[in-house]
Design a protein around this ligand. Structure first.
Ligand code: ADP
Ligand code: ZN
Length: 719
């Protein structure tokens, strides 16, 4: 199994659960697996397809996705085909022919095939090693995406009693899970419920102030990455897409108002990296399999956490870091509530309202986003600090907000708790509105008591007080602010209030606990991306099918120069190595030639193993340097004593630091300087010394930068 994993798929290790699932499939047992998007479900049946005798039949609901899935398998050298209504009769009979000749390892079909007796009769005549059912939740009426066609799959176990069935889905509550197992008639299946945690996703909620500028700013930091921006309405989709286009960003809209052809075209352009951004309503997403979506931005509040999780789930399927940014304004809540109010059925409306409240709580609470999301799905997240959300990576400062809270609540109280957010803020800030004059609210004692701070400040305070359950909103259509018990007690000075004030860190990853946010050479990435696109156009497949972002990122870290080096890159199996290896090596070599001085790391670098004897021949001389350093000599001193150059000694120290030896770096570089340099490395996300030294204009030497780099890499490897 491991051998096939390496040779065919080019991966070094299994993702969680893959190995056990495959083992059970190979043993002929039914399988039921809930794994999150990007968890690597397809490998669980593609790898057996290579190993087992006979054909693996995959049932997949989306015809639009089938071609990409087949292309991806073909790129790995697996003989694959699909059958669905889009095939011409001649193509169809060709596939049947290959099927009968036992020439297919993998066959994708749509569920409606099972309504065709002819098809079933054909299947009966060929050796089938496995039925793999993708998106298995579609069989359950209790799931969120029921498809009547899927009910036909109930017959599989009866008609093919000797063939194991493996069902996969990314979303199933325990209830839906049971329903799927029953409907499919799985026979005591090996069952996996994987964690919903998506480690490589960074979650951030940002207050929505000037959404267009905010998004533009984000995109400025993420050039050459593609992503999705979700807006609630068609109008806002169009407006945003126009705005971005006017600002030089390649963006296209996607919404239900476009013709199916336009939608298809825009989606394909996105898939093929011809766009940077697709701006979409939630109509967009079901048919998207693009693995290199680097960010998903919600410009408006999603209507519930399920949707939010599913939409953000489209980011980072390749396992590489990706961003999920939610721009939140409390003003979005009534807009969604308006739609919810149109739901005729009481119970449904109540559920929808509660889900909306949950979503709002997610956006406004000061707890780890990851813990909050997972908690919603009934999963407890154990780590104190997830290292990849705004809450966990922000620097936190506690501020006392008692007085401001009292001002605001006093305004509420003096107006009999009968007004909504906007009016209360008007009172506090001393606005001169008609309504205030009519109600004579300019005569109450609190009028203008908070005019020294702007409206945004009060707006955020309202959010904070709502989140802390000090005040609450009452009433559906025109919600008014009311004090809770806790609010009373704060207002009368019996209790104090603090809020957490966060400074967001831009790179966000400073405290990341996994190794996934390692820097890579962005200039090289740009070039490899272009090459990938050219090859993709030649092959008429989406670029991520040629190589995933993860593979390219690795190439941009390790600069593979030979085929064996290239083979060690994740995602480079035998077939891809043969097809594309040389092209990419050539491009990398050209790049290195044009940019001499880029340090090309050893393969293990930078996630170094703690192995002091790595460079054996050099060991002794390095030890000597270590001794002298421990005796208190400076770099200069060591160089003189040993009659070696400073750069050699620096090299020794670099190695010692990487090996995790006890080197007091403060003796070599001033801590403040070191801080600044580390920051720059993390911001640039590249390990090249050149730009860093240049940036500091001669105040940081090459040697110093080198030492700092080593210690930083060491730190990251330790995480
Ligand atoms: P899912 O269907 O569960 O959403 P996919 O099967 O599309 O996920 O896999 C997501 C990505 O992860 C793909 O790019 C795939 O090549 C990659 N992948 C799968 N298994 C592994 C593995 N063992 N090591 C590295 N990458 C993997
Ligand atoms: Zn967190």
């Amino acid at each position: 199994m491991l051998d096939t994993l390496k040779r065919v798929f080019g991966f070094q290790a299994f993702r969680p659960n893959q190995e056990e699932i495959i083992r059970n499939i190979l043993a002929g047992r039914d399988v039921f697996a809930v794994m999150p998007t990007g968890g690597g479900k397809s490998l669980c049946y593609q790898l057996p397809a290579r190993i087992m005798q006979g054909t693996v039949v995959v049932i997949s609901p989306l015809i639009a996705l089938m071609k990409d899935q087949v292309d991806a398998a073909l790129e790995n050298g697996i003989s694959t085909a699909f059958i669905n209504s889009s095939l011409k009769p001649r193509e169809m009979s060709e596939v049947y022919q290959r099927l009968r000749n036992h020439a297919l390892e993998l066959l994708y079909i749509a569920p409606e095939r099972f309504a065709m007796p002819d098809f079933i009769e054909t299947l009966k005549t060929i050796p089938i090693s496995l039925f793999a059912i993708d998106e298995a939740h579609c069989i359950s009426e209790w799931g969120h995406d029921f498809r009547p066609d899927y009910l036909r799959l109930s017959s599989i176990t009866g008609v093919f009693p000797n063939v194991p069935v493996a069902a996969f889905t990314a979303t199933a509550t325990p209830g839906v899970q049971e329903d799927i197992i029953n409907k499919l008639g799985l026979r005591s299946p090996y069952t996996v419920r994987a964690s919903f945690n998506r480690q490589n996703l960074f979650y951030r909620v940002t207050g929505k102030t000037a959404i267009e500028t905010q998004i533009l700013e984000f995109l400025g930091d993420h050039t050459d990455e593609s992503g999705i921006i979700y807006c609630t309405t068609r109008d806002s989709v169009v407006k945003m897409a126009d705005f971005l286009t006017a600002n030089g960003i390649k963006a296209l809209p996607y919404h239900a108002g476009l013709t199916p052809e336009q939608r298809k075209r825009n989606q394909e352009a996105f898939s093929r990296d011809e766009l940077t951004v697709i701006v979409a309503t939630i109509a967009f997403g079901m048919g998207i399999d693009k693995s290199n979506v680097r960010f998903v931005i919600h410009a408006d509040l999603p209507k519930n956490i399920e949707s939010y999780y599913q939409e953000t789930g489209r980011a980072g399927r390749d396992g590489e870091p990706a961003w999920c940014i939610l721009f939140f304004s409390r003003g979005d809540i009534p807009k969604i509530r308006y739609f919810i109010d149109q739901i005729p059925e009481d119970k449904e409306r109540t559920i929808a309202t509660e889900k909306l409240n949950q979503m709002a709580r997610y956006a406004s609470h000061n707890v780890c986003r990851r813990r909050h999301l997972l908690g919603y799905f009934g999963e407890e997240y154990g780590d104190e600090n997830c290292g990849a959300c705004d809450i966990c990576t922000g620097t936190v400062e506690k501020v006392d907000i008692t007085i401001d809270a009292q001002i605001l609540m006093s305004a509420m109280s003096r107006t009999s708790q009968r007004f909504g957010i906007r009016h209360i803020i008007d009172v506090v800030t001393g606005a001169n509105t008609k309504r205030i004059r009519e109600l004579k609210h300019n005569t109450i004692k609190t009028y203008g008591a908070g005019s020294h701070k702007d409206k945004n400040h009060w707006r955020f305070l309202v959010d904070e007080l709502l989140a802390q359950d000090v005040i609450h909103q009452d009433g559906d259509k025109y919600p008014v602010l009311k004090l809770t018990k806790k609010g009373q007690s704060v207002l009368y000075g019996k209790e104090e209030l603090t809020a957490l004030k966060r400074e967001e860190t831009k790179t966000g990853r400073r405290t990341a606990q996994d190794n996934e946010f390692k820097p890579f050479d962005k200039d090289l990435f740009k070039r490899l991306r272009v090459l990938r696109k050219t090859l993709a156009e030649e092959q008429q497949v989406p670029p991520y099918i040629i190589f995933s972002d993860r593979s390219l990122h690795e190439m941009c870290r390790y600069y593979p120069a030979t085929l064996p080096d290239m083979k060690r890159i994740s995602g480079v199996g035998d077939a891809k190595l043969e097809r594309y290896g040389d092209d990419f090596i050539e491009e990398i070599m050209a790049y290195l030639n044009e940019n001499p001085g880029i340090p090309v790391p050893d393969r293990e670098y930078p996630a170094l193993s703690v192995n002091p004897s790595r460079k054996k021949g050099k060991g002794e001389t390095i030890e000597k340097t270590y001794e002298l350093f421990r005796e208190g000599l400076s770099l200069q001193g060591i160089a003189e004593t040993r009659n070696l150059s400073i750069s050699t000694i620096t090299g020794h120290l670099e190695q010692l630091i990487r090996d995790g030896r006890d080197i007091d770096i403060d003796r070599i570089v001033d801590p403040e300087k070191r801080n600044a340099v580390e920051k720059l490395f993390l911001t640039l996300q590249v390990w090249n010394l050149g730009p860093v030294v240049e940036h500091f204009n001669g105040t940081v030497s090459f040697e110093e930068a080198k030492i700092i780099r080593a210690s930083l890499q060491r730190k990251q490897a330790n995480l």
